[in-house]
Write a protein that binds this ligand. Structure first.
Ligand SMILES: O=C(O)CCC(=O)C(=O)O
Length: 364
């Protein structure tokens, strides 16, 4: 999950080797991404049960969502990055002659590489992920951030946190899609969720003015230890303990979708192989997003949103949005269709003892 600009300045142990590439200039555009059109993939059809599971548990795993070839491509790319055979602006410099231990140490995770690398953009806007998001989180999908987890043997996990703590969206419609690139097991550091904790309010940090909506509730505290792996230090442990905890192992290609407020964590990789994952964060494109990866944006001081820095994946929005740097097909590149049908639904009214539809109007 994203860390704020404040935390970037003072790197703490659990932010081990975190790299943000948000401000890096992208490489020249290529046309290759434009080939990844929606019709290349089987459309996804979720059930009401899947929807209910996300609401009731706070997360839902969709098995084998991403085709094997795509997962394999990301996995090979990550291998090449670590070997120093492939790089992008903002990635740590790797000299292929470096000892392997030193090379892998440079990569724990990379944030927002979709701004500098076409493959990461393709994953963030993957049609099968966007299909699911449309069904789980509404038709208008804004893609906010991406993270590639290299999680090498011995690398730490991430302690209890709520993703909406880092990425505020108003109203809060944040949802994560966590793609297993390798198998994720309890041994190598899979995700763990506190089932039902998505109903908790957000436990914000006082200095983050955009996450204060729950602050007036009795019991909400100033949270400055989110993500700390040490449960005796992490203030969210007491909240987490109200809910049962479950591990969520995943096979490569499975995608775990989870709510922005759910308390979750991962442990260190205790295996001898990397545990790799790609995570995207999204929201309803109608939510106001006061977040640009911890960086300033035009209009920030006037209270204008940063939505124009985030890509419209599906649907439409009355708010601004970005187009993809590398031309991955998505709604931002399509003609805009207006959605006015909802405005025409008539309300039932009682007239002469009968229910009639919308005859009493005071707006005409
Ligand atoms: O992949 C991990 O180990 C942690 C990921 C996580 O907690 C997140 O993306 O919010």
């Amino acid at each position: 999950m994203a860390m704020s600009s404040t935390s970037m300045a003072q790197v703490r142990p659990w932010e081990h080797n975190l790299i943000s590439v948000g401000s890096i200039q992208p490489p020249p555009r290529t046309d290759e991404n434009a080939l990844f059109t929606r019709d290349k993939y089987d459309p996804v059809q979720l059930s009401v049960d899947d929807y209910r599971k996300l609401q009731s548990d706070g997360f839902v795993k969709i098995e084998a969502l991403i085709p094997h070839e795509d997962v394999q491509e990301m996995s090979l790319h990550m291998d090449r990055v670590i070997q120093g055979a492939e790089t992008a602006k903002g990635f740590p410099a790797i000299d292929p002659s470096m000892p392997e231990a030193e090379r892998v140490e440079r990569f724990s995770r990379v944030h927002n590489a979709h701004r500098v690398h076409p493959l990461h953009e393709r994953f963030l806007l993957h049609p099968r992920i966007l299909d699911v998001l449309e069904q789980l989180d509404g038709p208008d999908v804004l893609a906010l951030q991406s993270m590639a987890f290299f999680k090498q043997p011995g690398h730490p996990g991430q302690g209890y946190h709520q993703d909406s703590y880092y990425i505020p969206t108003l109203p809060n419609t944040l949802i994560a899609a966590w793609v297993a690139i390798s198998e994720a097991t309890e041994e190598n550091g899979c995700l763990w969720f506190r089932v039902g904790s998505q109903f908790e309010p957000l436990y914000p940090q006082t200095e983050n003015e955009f996450t204060h909506q729950s602050r007036t509730l009795e019991g909400v505290f100033d949270n400055y230890t989110a993500s700390n792996e040490d449960t005796s230090v992490n203030q969210l442990t007491a909240v987490a303990d109200r809910y049962p905890e479950v591990a969520c192992p995943a096979s490569s290609g499975d995608v775990i979708f989870f709510h922005g407020n759910i308390l979750h964590r991962s442990h260190a990789n205790r295996s001898t192989r990397p545990r790799r994952a790609f995570a995207g964060h999204y929201c309803d494109a109608r939510s106001f997003v006061p977040w640009n990866m911890g960086k300033e944006w035009d209009g920030m001081s006037e209270g204008r949103p940063a939505n124009q820095h985030h890509i419209l994946g599906r649907g439409d929005s009355h708010l601004p949005f970005a187009t993809p740097t590398f031309g991955t097909p998505c709604a931002a590149l399509e003609e805009r269709a207006s959605r006015v049908a909802g405005a025409q639904v008539e309300m039932p009214m009682v007239e002469g003892g009968q229910i009639v539809m919308g005859s009493l109007r005071v707006v005409d």
